[in-house]
Design a protein around this ligand. Structure first.
Ligand code: 13P
Length: 251
């Protein structure tokens, strides 16, 4: 069965961005509305402090907003955390869960990520569920198995009925300027697709699988053309409107 999937390009601003960064959003909006219509869904996941402003200002240019994380609980005594419904309230439609930086720095397990994805779905958000291997795991030939285990543990059963997105981000490629070969990306994305179809049948065939990790204007065209790569999750290169627009245009 062939399914046509509209690609999605998401910018993960991580812990970067003040109100002044809205100038970049204005610049991106200008490029998106004056140039050829983008062939991808465009999402920006800014820091929570400017999420509402990004959602408001991006809307007229079709730029959607997402959070970078959410708590698994709907509310309560969780100082410093943000619930999925708060992200919705601020105008988000997506939320990244299980980014490797959170898995590592905040000790998030697959079960934690799954609970967050469930909370996101429950609040009406589309979770972008991140998976990816370390360099040591790749070097020892475990990459496919590691990612398969992360998928099994992190994707909630609710994905059968709701939209989720998977982002494959090899940890060693994040912020390093290094990327896997196109063959390695294809092998991993095909393997992820197989796992999704085994578990969710037709629904699994329609899930977007994004590539992330040093996706740049220079390599976007090539990587986004790889089999089963349905878009990208962009870190550093999403902070500059011109670079992010070039990546969006590479679709
Ligand atoms: P870079 O594009 O900066 O490598 O970051 C990738 C990433 O972690 C996106 O979530």
């Amino acid at each position: 069965m062939t399914t046509t999937i509209t690609p999605l390009i998401a910018g993960n601003w991580k812990m970067n961005g003040l109100r002044g960064s809205l100038d970049e959003l204005t610049a991106l909006a200008g490029m998106l509305t004056t140039g050829e219509a983008p062939r991808a869904v465009v999402v920006i996941c800014p820091p929570a402090t400017i999420l509402a402003a990004i959602a408001r200002q991006g809307a007229s240019a079709g730029i959607l907003a997402g959070g970078q994380d959410c708590h698994a609980a709907p509310s309560g005594a969780h100082t410093g955390d943000i619930s999925a419904s708060m992200l919705v309230d601020a105008g988000a439609q997506y939320v990244i869960v299980g980014h490797s930086e959170r898995r590592e720095a905040h000790g998030e397990s697959d079960a934690d990520v799954r609970a967050k994805a469930e909370a996101a779905i429950g609040a009406g958000l589309k979770p972008i569920i991140c998976v990816g291997e370390t360099e040591a795991q790749r070097d020892s030939g475990q990459a496919l198995d590691v990612v398969a285990a992360q998928l099994a543990g992190s994707i909630p059963d609710a994905a059968e009925l709701h939209e989720i997105i998977v982002a494959y981000e090899p940890i060693w490629a994040i912020g390093t300027g290094r990327t896997p070969s196109n063959d390695d990306i294809a092998e991993m994305h095909n393997s992820i697709r197989d796992k999704l179809v085994q578990r969710f049948a037709d629904k699994g065939a329609s899930v977007r699988i994004l590539y992330g990790g040093s996706l740049k204007p220079q390599n976007a065209r090539e990587i986004l053309a790889v089999d089963n790569v349905n878009g990208g999750l962009v870190g550093g290169a999403s902070l500059l409107a011109k670079d992010f627009y070039t990546i969006i245009s590479a679709v």
